[in-house]
Each structure stands twice: as C-alpha cells, then as structure tokens.
Design a protein around this ligand. Structure first.
Ligand code: BYC
Length: 314
C-alpha cells in the first residue's frame, strides 16, 4: 500500500518529527506558516513603537537602560522571525512591502496608545504575559526553524514580563497618584490583552487546520482562559483589580469566568480603525524610507568587496 505525500506529511507531524525547509510540505501549510510567522515578525517590529515612545521619558537611568534593552530584544525577535519565514520561500522585501502597504496584519494590541509610564508596566505584565502564553507552545510548533526561533524569544519575553510586573509593583506601593496611575493602565490594557489571543474558536477560520498540523498546540480560547486564570491571581499581589465585574472563580470548571469580549472593537482595530493604526503604519513607512540610504550603502559596499575578492582570485 502506498501513501500520498499528504498522508506521509501528516504521519511525520503525528510522530512529532519536525518539518524542515527542504522537506515536502502541502502548499497550504507553507502559506499558513508564511502568514503567521510574518505577522508575528511584523508584530515584534511594530510592537517596538508604543514602548520606544517612552525610552526618553523613563523615570530613571536604570529604567531607561532596561526599557532600551527590551525594545532592542523585540527588534531581534523580528529578525529571527523574518529569517524563519524566509526559509519558506518569501523574501524579506516582500514581507516589508506587505506590511508597508497595509496588506499584512500585525497584532491588534499595538494600535493602542501608551499614555503614562504605568503603561510600560502594564504592557510588560499583560501584553508580554499574553505573548508568553501564546508563544511557549510555539517552541513545539511543527516547523523546525519557527520552533527553534521561539526558544530564545520566550526566554527574553519572560524577562520582559517580569520587568513589567515589577514596574507595576513599585507603583502599586507608591503615592496615591502612582497607585491610581497603575490601576488606570491595567484598566486600559486588560481587554485589548484578552483580545490578543484572536477570535473565539468558533469564529477562528484557521485554528482547526493549524491544530491538525500542530502549528498551533492550543486554541485561541484555551490560551485566553489560561491567561485570565493567571492574571486574576497575580493582580491580587498588586492590590489592584481587573476591570471586569463578571470575573469570578468557577469551582466546578476550575477556571475563572469572565465577561463578554467586545469583538466589534477587536475587528475594527484589525481592520485598521484602532486608535493608533494610521500612526503606527506611517512611522514604519517613514523608517523604511529614511533607511534607504543605509541599504544602498550596504549594497554598494558588499558589491565593492565582492569585486575586490574577484580581482584577487583572478
Ligand atoms: N491581531 O483564525 P485565526 C508580541 C487575525 S508579538 C490582529 O484565529 P490564527 C510582542 C488572523 O491573523 C504578538 N489580527 O488566526 C511584541 C486571521 O487573519 P488572516 C503577536 C489577528 O493565525 C512586542 C484572522 O484574525 N503574536 O507579543 O490561527 C512587544 C482569524 O484568526 C489577531 C503572534 O503573532 C490579533 N490579535 O491565530 C511585546 C504569535 N488575532 O491572516 C509583545 C503567533 C487573530 O486570515 N501567531 N488575527 O487575514 C499566532 O499564534 C496566531 O497567528 C494567532 C491567530 C493566535 C495570533
């Protein structure tokens, strides 16, 4: 009995054998990975903007150094992820083009503004916390280059999450004004962070196939529930609250129940109509245009070096 390439492929996945760039893969698997990995890379790069905005205004030299390092880590994550996507046959220029023309998505979360220093804490605790919840399982994703890139990303994300929580912990023990700032940032970042996990399972077109291919190891709702359960406990250490009157421990389920998500807001932000979508895209486009001379100079330098080498060999 002979197996089709699709059956052999699924067999490998079922056996937990990683798929590598030169292996045969269904075209839809390749396209799904390009979509997810490039969107993930764009999210890291656009994700530098809301925090980059606070580097010059961080309250001390130590806080500046830490925030600078975190934002640099995100640039690095973007680069590993673009490299992983390139192994699937798309060029970096194509991916940038998709981002700059608004064709490619990036995470909804980065279209919200960072209004106070406490937002740096809330982003670290909640946004990076959500990112870790989603990305730790990606270390076991079926595509080798993506899984390997995620190992280092997750180690760094865990530092990011702890630095965010510590910012909030300090504020939560400060003056009344600082406490209010801390609560306000949590109030504004909570629901967008809960939405980060993507649409509910019944409204998620890609989940079923991605689970079968073990690109995703958990569904959007499974990860969202784990995140809510953890945050509902951690917020107690801060002496703060989450802005959800329906948040309540459900003994029977062994999980927290939580309120209805505003999916209308989520889809508006994904469609480009969030508070900062236009600003984020314009900033990336400007950075790309302003960097043209660097790319040109690097290309000219590489060509000159190659010509010199040829000359020597001849
Ligand atoms: N925002 O069928 P679904 C970070 C789209 S980086 C915008 O569930 P899938 C960090 C989805 O793309 C955070 N769009 O899709 C960085 C799809 O649209 P298309 C990013 C979203 O792929 C710096 C449609 O909705 N993390 O944390 O199975 C500083 C239907 O969704 C969103 C990653 O990218 C969203 N939130 O599941 C700090 C992780 N959610 O493509 C932190 C890798 C969904 O059909 N990605 N959409 O037009 C994933 O795990 C999955 O792609 C998702 C979505 C869970 C996000």
């Amino acid at each position: 009995m002979s197996y089709t390439p699709e059956q052999q492929f699924q067999h490998k996945i079922d056996q937990e054998i990683k798929i590598e760039p030169k292996d045969w893969m269904p075209e839809k698997y390749r396209q799904t990975l390009i979509r997810q990995i490039s969107q993930h890379a764009h999210s890291e790069v656009v994700g530098m903007l809301p925090e980059g905005n606070w580097i010059s205004r961080a309250p001390s030299l130590k806080r500046k150094a830490i925030l600078l390092a975190k934002v640099q880590d995100e640039a690095g994550h973007g680069l590993y992820l673009y490299s992983a996507a390139e192994t699937l046959g798309i060029t970096r220029d194509e991916m940038y083009h998709q981002l700059h023309t608004g064709k490619a998505k990036y995470s909804s979360i980065f279209n919200y503004p960072t209004l106070t220093w406490a937002d740096m804490g809330a982003i670290g605790w909640l946004v990076d916390g959500a990112a870790i919840m989603n990305q730790v399982p990606l270390c076991r994703t079926s595509y080798g280059p993506y899984a390997r890139a995620m190992v280092r990303v997750c180690k760094e994300e865990s530092f990011h999450q702890r630095q965010g929580f510590e910012i909030l912990l300090v504020l939560s023990q400060g003056t009344d004004e600082q406490k209010a700032m801390c609560q306000d940032a949590i109030n504004r970042w909570w629901w967008p962070s809960v939405m980060m996990f993507g649409p509910a399972d019944e409204a998620s077109p890609h989940t079923q196939q991605s689970m079968q291919w073990k690109i995703k190891r958990f569904t959007n709702d499974e990860l969202r529930q784990k995140f809510v359960d953890i945050c509902a406990e951690q917020v107690k250490t801060l002496g703060m609250t989450l802005p959800d009157p329906d948040l309540k421990w459900n003994e029977e389920k062994g999980h927290y129940d939580f309120g209805a998500i505003n999916w209308e807001e989520f889809w508006q932000v994904v469609a480009g109509n969030g508070p900062c979508n236009k600003e984020r895209l314009a900033t990336r486009q400007k950075a790309w245009n302003d960097g043209a001379w660097v790319r040109d100079a690097a290309t000219a330098h590489a060509a000159k070096k190659a010509a010199k080498h040829l000359h020597k060999v001849a």
